[in-house]
Structure formats: structure tokens, C-alpha cells
Design a binder for this molecule. Structure first.
Ligand SMILES: *[C@@H]1O[C@H](CO)[C@@H](O)[C@H](O)[C@H]1NC(C)=O
Ligand SMILES: *[C@@H]1O[C@H](CO)[C@@H](O)[C@H](O)[C@H]1NC(C)=O
Length: 288
């Protein structure tokens, strides 16, 4: 009888606990901290290549556009605070986005070359490489781009684009140089970091599908992959998971160092949560 009473008392306690607590905990755990997930924009198709322009607060990205039966890529921008979005016109098949932080110049690439963004008219203007299909753009000291579909890496040298000698014969999907001037790249084989001494690529991981490489203000390098966000584990040549994401497509940071990331259909901003401890425990123990 006593036992029965105890059992029912216990059920009662757990029930009230569950029903009175309305905290949803639908955010995510990033590096052992729970964050609330704010939707910046949704109903997108494959939001790739997230680049935040800190002076305007606009987040630029590429996404799929459906015109009749055709599927193409296009560039879009959304303001992180007002959440107002607008398409960036004039870049057919707009996919690649590269930001030159030293000169505050923004570049896009599509089916027909490279374009430069005019922040006054909010329009893209033709820049270079007419007739070439551009997969990726990266600017740091030098201007790099990846050609599609060959996946060859080019760099601007002496008034023209030439193939990067060390990358001849190697397909490159993502190319990134950090503030510490470390070179990272990924291709179908693996994710690599170029060793500063030997100049040879070293495998960081050959299992994840990397979709974007970024760094924060402290120079920590992050890899957005289809199954989560990873962080480099220096000085070891490996990465460790910082967050689980179902179908991650891209990531960046805003001017307050908040994490912005995308999955197949939406872009989210991670905010500090007032329910951080409660939700961490809830998510952590539910998944274990
Ligand atoms: C990827 O890069 C590595 C290192 O340079 C290279 O050995 C490999 O062949 C490349 N894979 C492809 C598909 O090009
Ligand atoms: C309900 O959730 C909050 C977090 O928002 C937590 O602080 C509180 O302890 C929870 N209430 C109960 C009864 O556990």
C-alpha cells in the first residue's frame, strides 16, 4: 500500500514537473553551452556561403531559385536585426561570395564570371572572368577563385588570373586562409590544412562533408559540415564537433560574435538563453 502510494506520488511529481514547465528547449548546444535559436529567414532552398557584412548588418548568401521547371542559384541579403531580405540582382547563377575585409569589397560569382557589389546602388556590377563559371571566391591579400566544374583554383597575379601552381591537378571545393595565414581546403577526398613548414596538405578529417570554413575574432577556425559544426583541435591535426546540426549548409558570425548558421531551408542566429542550464540538462540527458 505504501509502495503504491509512493509510486503514484512519484508519477504525480514527474507529471506536474513536465506539464508546468513550458520551456521548449528547441535551441542547440554549441561547445557545451545551450543557445536559443532565432529564425532569421526560412523557406529557403540550400542557403550556402553565409557572409555577414558588419558595417551594414546585411547577411549575404546564395540559395536556390525555381523558375518554372528550372532550378538555379541566386544571391540574397537579409538584415540581421530587421530581418528584411532582398535579392541581389545581376548575378546569373549567383553562388560564390567572397569578402575582402581589408578593402570592404564584396564579390559574387555565377555562371558568367565575377561581380562586385555596389553598396550604394545595391547592385552587382561585372568585375572579371567573363564566360567562366565560378564556384568559390576567397580574398585575403590575394584574390582567389575556384572555377566550376573543373574545381581549379586560380589567383590574381600580375594583372591576370593564373592557376595556383601547388593546386594543379587537385580539385578544390572550399578554400580558406585564416588570420594566422594558415591555409585550409576541402575536396571530395578530405578536409586539409597545409602544413606551414613542409607546405604539404595534412588531412584534418576525411569523414565530414565540409560546406563552409570560417573563423571567429579570436582566430579559431570552424567548419560547417552537413552533420554539424566542427572546430579545429590545434595543435593536433583533427577537428572536434562543436554542435549537431541536421543538414548544415553554412555559418558565420555577426558583429557581436553571435553564431549564424543555415540548414537546408532556414538561417538561424544563436542567442544566449535565460534557460541555458535547464535546457542543456534537458537536451543532454535526453540524448544520452
Ligand atoms: C584532394 O586534395 C588532396 C591533397 O592535395 C589530393 O591528394 C587529392 O587527390 C585531392 N582529391 C581530388 C578529388 O582532387
Ligand atoms: C522550468 O524551466 C526553467 C528554465 O526556464 C527552470 O529554471 C525551472 O527550474 C523549471 N521548473 C521546474 C519546476 O523544474
Amino acid at each position: 500500500m505504501l509502495l503504491l502510494f509512493l509510486i503514484s506520488a512519484l508519477t504525480f511529481v514527474t507529471r506536474t514537473y513536465e506539464t508546468t514547465n513550458q520551456t521548449l528547449c528547441d535551441g542547440i548546444i554549441f561547445q557545451q553551452v545551450y543557445y536559443d535559436k532565432e529564425v532569421l529567414v526560412t523557406n529557403l532552398g540550400r542557403p550556402y556561403n553565409l557572409v555577414l557584412h558588419k558595417y551594414t548588418g546585411d547577411l549575404f548568401f546564395s540559395h536556390t531559385i525555381h523558375t518554372g521547371t528550372q532550378v538555379d542559384f541566386g544571391i540574397m541579403a537579409c538584415h540581421v536585426d530587421s530581418k528584411k531580405c532582398y535579392p541581389v540582382d545581376g548575378v546569373p547563377g549567383g553562388y560564390a561570395i567572397g569578402y575582402d575585409s581589408a578593402k570592404d569589397d564584396l564579390y559574387f560569382g555565377g555562371h558568367n564570371g565575377i561581380y562586385k557589389y555596389n553598396f550604394v546602388t545595391k547592385k552587382a556590377e561585372f568585375f572579371a572572368e567573363e564566360g567562366k563559371s565560378i564556384w568559390g571566391i576567397f580574398v585575403k591579400s590575394n584574390f582567389y577563385y575556384i572555377e566550376y566544374p573543373t574545381q581549379r583554383l586560380y589567383v590574381y597575379r600580375r594583372k591576370k588570373f593564373v592557376q595556383v601552381a601547388k593546386a594543379i591537378g587537385i580539385e578544390i571545393l572550399i578554400f580558406f586562409i585564416s588570420k594566422k595565414l594558415e591555409i585550409y581546403f576541402s575536396n571530395k577526398t578530405a578536409l586539409y590544412k597545409v602544413d606551414k613548414v613542409s607546405k604539404l596538405p595534412i588531412v584534418l578529417n576525411d569523414e565530414i562533408i565540409t560546406r563552409q570554413i570560417v573563423e571567429d575574432n579570436y582566430g579559431d577556425v570552424y567548419f560547417c559540415a552537413d552533420d554539424g559544426i566542427y572546430i579545429e583541435e590545434s595543435p593536433f591535426h583533427r577537428v572536434k564537433r562543436a554542435a549537431y546540426i541536421n543538414q548544415g549548409f553554412g555559418m558565420t558570425f555577426d558583429e557581436h560574435e553571435r553564431i549564424i548558421y543555415s540548414d537546408r531551408n532556414s538561417i538561424y542566429i544563436l542567442n544566449p538563453s535565460s534557460d541555458s542550464e535547464f535546457c542543456y540538462d534537458k537536451l543532454f540527458y535526453n540524448s544520452n
